[in-house]
Design a protein around this ligand. Sequence first.
Ligand code: F0G
Length: 353
Amino acid sequence: MTTAYQGLLHRYRDRLPVVDGMRIITLCEGNTPLIPLLNIPRELGKDVTMYVKFEGLNPTGSFKDRGMTMAVTQAVHEGSRAIICASTGNTSASAAAYAARAGIRSFVLIPEGKIAMGKLAQAMMHGAIVIQIQGNFDDGMRLVKEVATKAPVTIVNSINPYRIQGQKTASFEIVEALGRAPDYHCIPVGNAGNITAHWLGYRECANGGALPVMAGYQAAGAAPFISGQMVDQPETVATAIRIGHPQSWDAAWDASRASNGWFAAHDDATILATQKLLASKEGIFCEPASAISVAGAIADIRSGRSRAGSTIVCTVTGHGLKDPDTAIASNTAPVLKVPAALDDVRRASVEPL
Ligand code: F0G
């Protein structure tokens, strides 16, 4: 028997809806590192311990794989031959990969022109039927629900409860790594499945210990949890969370209220500046939507909303390589271009020092 890590469904079999005889569809997802931040907290000059749970290191580069292994395993177990989702990009990449692994079809509805190129490439490479709609994620979600009532396909958006089950395992890993729950858990919020899943996970593994305060962050142009009402035309550079009608509305409010947490919004400039900060100060390259958890944590540490002496975990949801276009466009430092000659390279590289 191998002792190698075999993915979430093996590792947490007793805490997930895994039943005997299931064919487990896995890419060995999960088991992502909890990386302590070094330079950002020092520069903040506050007494806090900050960690990043780097979910961008999952097989398809985002946290979605945690839920997808469970949802696709269940779909196959039920005899489903096809899955469908609406997506801002990461869910579609993950669905396509797990469907490929399972040998079933995947259909993905994505908002035309509003998903990062890496994510589109993934869905295409994994053989999904890619349907770009002239609308946003919320339109896609509505259509997917309609299609699923008429065709034999399983929805693998986070309205599928098996997705939430899989995603809750991130909390298990954090508690195992720290020996307890953090004081604050900072997380980006789009469709609100992930905050819901984390809160469920913490409650299940708390063992009577303290639970974290859940702090959810949204992009200012797509912030229904801050305005308290749905947003019809969400807009943000963080395309992954360009969502105005979150499906897990009630569950996310429950997580926030029951944990004495809060929601806050940050604008696109702050999101991009924090993405750059993480990359340039900590060596962690995430996509824009992911940086908002760290942006939010920093703002709340500065303002004193997060207590001194606390331990803060930020979920960094997706890898920066998903969206090179935004990264390159938001960097002002020029890339030098010189002839392929020693003198020119020396002048270019040594002189600025
Ligand atoms: N961060 C990234 C990188 C995401 O892709 C998403 C959601 C979120 C955060 C927000 O998580 O929806 O559970 O609140 N992406 C979905 C998708 C909507 O289609 O890929 P959430």
